[in-house]
Structures are given as C-alpha cells and as structure tokens.
Design a protein around this ligand. Structure first.
Ligand code: NAD
Ligand code: GLY
Length: 364
C-alpha cells in the first residue's frame, strides 16, 4: 500500500462561500474520509478520457457518503464546451429526477470543471458542487475562484456565472497520466502568477521549470500550492472581478483571440495564454512598464516550458475585432492586462496602432 503525505490546505476566504483547496498525491482515494457536502445523491461529471482513468476510484471513495452515485461522460475537448454538451448534464440530472440534495462532482480539466460549475449554478437555481481537477491547468487556476461557463463561437467563455464550489481536491497523482503538451499548457497559468504578483515565485519557476516538466512531485506540489495561494488571495479581495481580479487574465486577451480565431481546440487554452503573455509583455514594454531584458527573460521561460511564443497570423485587424468582444472591454475599447513593473500588473487601454504593431511583430 502506498503511504501518501497528508494533504496541504489553502483556504479561499469568501465569507459564507469560503472553502478549502486540498492538495496532495493520492487524494482521490482519501476522499472517503473527507468532509464532503451532505446529500443523498452525487452526479460525477467527467469526459471520455478522464472517466476511464479516475471515475472508479472517485466513485469508490464517494460510496460511503451518498446513497446514489451516477456518472455522466461528456465528449472531450474545448470544442465541446458548448450549450449542447451542457444540456447533457441537465439531461442526466432530470432523467434521474435529481433534486436539490444532489451534489455535482467535476472530474477532469478546466473544460469539465467550467461546465459542471455552470450546470451546478443553473440546475434548480443552484446545487452544490465539488471540483476534482485532473490537469495542471485546472489545479492551479480553473478549479479555484468560481468562474464557470461555456464558449460562444464568437467569444471565449462568454456565457457563464460566478458560482463557487464547496471544495477543491487537487490529487497530484492524476498528473502522472497527463500528456506532456497538456502539462506545458498548465505551466502557462503557473508562470503568469510571477510577472503579475510574485517575482519570488517567478525566480523559483525559472530555477525549477525542468523539474516541473519532469513531473518532480515536490516541484509540482509547490507550484500548485503557491498558485492556489495567489489565486485565493486575489479572488478573496475581488470575487466578481470588479477590479483586481482582472490581473489574472494576463495574456488572456490576446490568448482568447487566438483560440476563437483559430477555432476552439486548435491551440490549447494554455498555449494561447503562453503566446498571449509574450504579446502582453511586448505591449507592456511599449507602454514603459518593463524593459527589453525582462521581456526576453519571461519569453525565454515561456519557451522553456514548451509553449509557443509566436502567434498565428490571423492579421492584426482580426485580432482587434476578436478582442473587442473581451469581457474587460468597455464601450468597444479593449483593456489589456499589462505589467507595470515586474511583479505588478495593471489594466488599461492602449492605442490600436500600437497593439497592431505588437501583433504584427509577435506573429511574424
Ligand atoms: P481540458 O479540460 O480540455 O483538459 C485537457 C486535456 O487533458 C483533455 O483532453 C482532458 O481530457 C485531458 N485530461 C484531463 N486530465 C487528465 C489526466 N489526469 N490524464 C490524462 N488526460 C487528462 O483543458 P484544461 O487545460 O484543463 O482547461 C482549459 C479550460 O479551462 C478552458 O476552457 C479555459 O477557458 C478554462 N479555464 C477556466 C478558468 C476559470 O477560472 N474558470 C481559468 C483558466 C482556464
Ligand atoms: N482565470 C482567471 C480568473 O479566474 O479570474
């Protein structure tokens, strides 16, 4: 029998909506002994890739907690983060005549997590849900903070709700089966926390990126814990993105344009964010926040993480058109997360001509 270290805990403080994020290897099996939301039924939402790997241990752990445990298995992929797929969760709930005493468990990456959270927010105007993230990206970002939703063909994550889970369980052991490309995609969201919030963490990532790519357990545990601490800190101050929380979208304005412009699923979300950060760094330099040496340093780290540093050639005008739909835009004016100084971000507009020049340079 493998003996695992006890879970580490990061708490997200949101008054009556506060909850713990548990981090450790082997936590799926340990869920049998955890304080889980009380209910008589659980619906595990997963996908065709993650289900065969992890539904069985999760269902076994939940068996002592719920009288009825069912699973709904969604198609895998960003291109399925849509209304018809969301409808399959509602179908599964209604076919079982699920009542308000049903808990949804999101078992998978950010796509499953975002859709399950949105379904939980909507079903009977709200049922509890638990995030069990199985990608690095979901463990360091998407499972925490309560942003839920689906994509629209015209814009990423445009339909959704703020709705907090009651618990997040990050089992680091699940990262063993993650494809290398997905691990790199997750590193994009880890790296982002450095320039926007914590240069000490940035230095640590630089020193440990090879260990992270090699899935060193201690390195992964630190990356997940520190990322969750930063995210919990930011979300605890600004749950609904009235201001500060927008800094967590560093690289995402450009990145979402890449995802929508290329067609969802062509570039992974993390790849688009990695490349989007390179563009946002270049823009930050033009606006005087950072120097060329810092742009080079951060770009080199993004490349070492296995992420693209040159954007697809959609044309600057197409990027601008897509970015005008960004949720931070106001009256058609795009607002960018830029680095005001290493470790500090701000949200501000920028002249179209300057942005277009940055795009042309970064997509060459
Ligand atoms: P994903 O959910 O598509 O998962 C990536 C791939 O890995 C999928 O093919 C999945 O089936 C597979 N997978 C998952 N866990 C696995 C495992 N342990 N072993 C083997 N394969 C596994 O993508 P993602 O990168 O996890 O999440 C991206 C999504 O998250 C995007 O839709 C993005 O918009 C969203 N997101 C949301 C937030 C938020 O705050 N809600 C933040 C960041 C990103
Ligand atoms: N991923 C950005 C946020 O949660 O605000």
């Amino acid at each position: 029998m493998t003996v695992h270290a006890p879970a580490e805990q990061v708490r997200i403080e949101l008054g009556e909506r506060s909850y713990p994020i548990l981090i450790g290897a082997g936590l799926l099996e340990q869920m049998a002994g955890m304080a889980l939301p009380k209910a008589h039924a659980a619906l595990v939402v997963t996908n065709t890739t993650v289900g065969p790997l992890y539904v069985q241990p999760l269902a076994a752990a939940l068996a002592g907690h719920y009288q009825q445990i069912d699973t709904v298995t969604l198609p895998d992929g960003e291109e399925h983060k849509t209304w018809p797929t969301l409808q399959r969760i509602f179908d599964a709930l209604l076919e079982r005549a699920s009542d308000r005493k049903t808990v949804l468990y999101a078992l998978g990456g950010g796509v499953v997590g975002d859709m399950t959270g949105f379904a939980a927010a909507c079903y009977m105007r709200g049922v509890p849900f638990v995030q069990v993230p199985t990608t690095l990206l979901a463990q360091v970002d998407s499972s925490v903070g309560g942003k839920t939703g689906i994509n629209h063909p015209l814009g990423k994550n445009m339909i959704g709700a703020f709705y907090q889970p009651q618990l997040v369980v990050c089992d680091l052991a699940t990262l063993a089966t993650l494809p290398a490309r997905e691990l790199s995609a997750g590193l994009a969201e880890v790296i982002k926390y450095g320039p926007i919030y914590d240069m000490g963490f940035f230095d640590w990532i630089e020193a440990n990126v090879d260990a992270l790519l090699a899935r060193d357990p201690q390195a992964l545990a630190h990356a997940v814990r520190r990322s969750c601490e930063i995210k919990a800190d930011v979300v605890g101050q600004d749950e609904r993105e009235a201001g500060l929380r927008a800094i967590l979208n560093f690289g995402h304005t450009f990145g979402h344009a890449i995802e929508a412009g290329m067609g969802y699923g062509q570039w992974l979300h993390g790849e688009a964010v990695g490349c989007g950060m390179v563009m946002a760094l270049a823009l930050s330099r033009e606006l005087g926040g950072i120097d060329a040496a810092f742009v080079e340093r951060a770009t080199a780290l993004i490349a070492r993480a296995g992420l693209p540093t040159h954007g697809p050639k959609l044309g600057a005008q197409r990027y601008l058109e897509l970015m005008r739909l960004d949720k931070k835009a106001e009256a058609g004016e795009i607002r960018f997360v830029v680095i005001a100084a290493p470790g500090r971000a701000q949200v501000r507009p920028a002249p179209d001509a300057l942005v277009a020049a940055v795009i042309d340079r970064c997509c060459a």
